[in-house]
Design a protein around this ligand. Sequence first.
Ligand code: IVH
Length: 671
Amino acid sequence: MAVGKSAAKNIEKLREEIRRHEDLYYVQDSPEISDRDYDQLLEELQKLEQAHPELITPDSPTQRVGGRPAEGFAEVVHSRPMLSLDNTYNIEELRAFDERCRKLADGRPFEYVAELKIDGLSLSLKYEKGVLAQGVTRGDGRIGEEVTQNARTIRSVPLRLKSGAKDLDGDVEVRGEVFIPLEVFRKTNAEREEQGEPRFANPRNAAAGAIRQLDSRLVANRRLDMFAYDLLVGGRKPFATHWESLDWLEKAGFRVNSHRKLCKSIDEVIDFANEKEALRDDLGYEIDGLVVKVNSTAQQDDFGATQKAPRWAAAYKYPARQASTQVLDIVVQVGRTGALTPVANLEPVFLAGTTVSRATLHNEDEIKRLGLKIGDWVMIEKSGEIIPKVLSVITAKRKGNEKPFKPPKKCPVCGGEISRPEGEVVTRCIAADCSAQLMGRLLHFASRRAMRIEGLGEVLVIQLVEAKLVKDVGDLYELTLEQVAGLPRMAKKSATNLLDQIEASKSRDLSSLIYALGIRHVGERTAGILAKQFVSLQRLAEATVEELDDVPEIGLTVAESVRDWFDDDGNRKLCDRLRAAGVKTELGKSNDETADQRFAGKQFVLTGKMETFTRDEARSLIEARGGRVNSSVSKKTDFVVAGEEAGSKLDKATELGVAVIDEAGFKTMME
Ligand code: IVH
């Protein structure tokens, strides 16, 4: 009995510790320990719970991983309907909303709360005695679907309310918007394309698809996130103002969007709207406007609601990020896997802050679906992807001289054979010596998330391939100073730098190497799982399909793809050469993590444009030195690195008294 008691105590202590780190990481964006240390804590808890399954509770951090596929979702009637909002599309309409509110307020003063309108889907979470008991989608507003198991996989959803918030009498319901961060959305789409699945049209569809996924283990992979925006206790609002509810939600452990403002007048709301619209590209998630709410709960009750929407709130929608332009040509690019991707070259057009001259068309079927011809006028849209996409053809603008797109019969780069297997959407060049594929493989190998060879960009890769100095990634490790310095426009100093970078890449960790090899279906996350499981490249190369398939979260497609890759003679030789060159092929701490750790524990935020580094470069420089880069400024931020045209993050830093350094200062820190 005594043993059981102490196990229970240990388990609870560990859970508290893990919850604290989850909150620091997912909600406050300021972790105190490394991901690896966090994983270790979670594993420790898993082991303890396996030994004492009777002690597992639904609010244990281990319960986020997802469970078996559900048969379908149960329907749940909402305690209070989840209404939608009336939309306003311009300042006049927003002022008209204000007029209506003032009439309803009958001369009494009132305030507004302005918030960002997150473009996701709403979710209601019920907490019983402080523990997450149920998650329900909005559905038709009256009846939603029960997705509790999926809601649990959202790391910023507390499984148990934090004790810092004032105790509320009764069952708590929290409503908020679930969304998928843009980075995850882009990765998800790239992976889907790789696997021959259709891409999601936008982040909202990706999030909606994920939350309604029957197998919650797959939801956990999709890394959903949530901003909480409403609180009910026993079906009623517990505070006198909405502002206080938001405050409580934050204290209770939810992510509440920091871009919010208490406004005394509609003019302040309008200023806020304009200010935030400029931030749209920097947020890391999609917003489609603002939500304006009357702050006082009593006044909200007074104003009431129509069948569809409350009278005390409105959405102010930002204009869709669309533009029309002409398709000048359709060119076909060849990627590292040989995939042929048609891209539309456009008459340059200004769209939401940038000049756009290309739009991706994804594949031949997409061109057919759009009915697109060269010379057509089209609508294009920025929808979370880096490159905008073609939405539709404006057929009314056709002149009759538009030309149909003729899909290539051979690889447009190497002239080699191409093939489109039955049932797949992607056509691929299957030539073994295609230079476009080689360039793609080299760029992928050298990329930040793979072997991080700084400076090995597109221009240099083209030069190395054209000079026939590099025929596979293994050749990178045999380059000499003489060869590199002999390339056109290459100074000796840059050549030395490149070789230093290549040398440094030898000590990247095993998961980066596995990802860098570019095995089909093996993304960053899968690479991490494989590295952890097999511990060395050698062991991975020997694993059978069955062994691979047995690994949690690894499916048969991945298992077969990995086996196929290592069954190839050329690939096996490549692995031997990498090992012989001194590339680290075993799990363990990588050198770059142990060497220069001058930024260990320091938190950075990057804003504005720098001359010498891209954001990604600055981020990897910081991370390689043990620092962490966050997206928003908080009291815990140590440094804000501000380049040209730095925006609101700089203001926030000044407001909070966080140290701000410019590009020159940043370089000095690095020396
Ligand atoms: S308040 C009655 N606040 O927008 C109050 N909604 O078009 C309704 N949304 O269904 C919700 N961000 O899914 C609110 N800060 C925010 C929001 C937000 C996004 C969504 C929500 C709602 C839809 C209405």
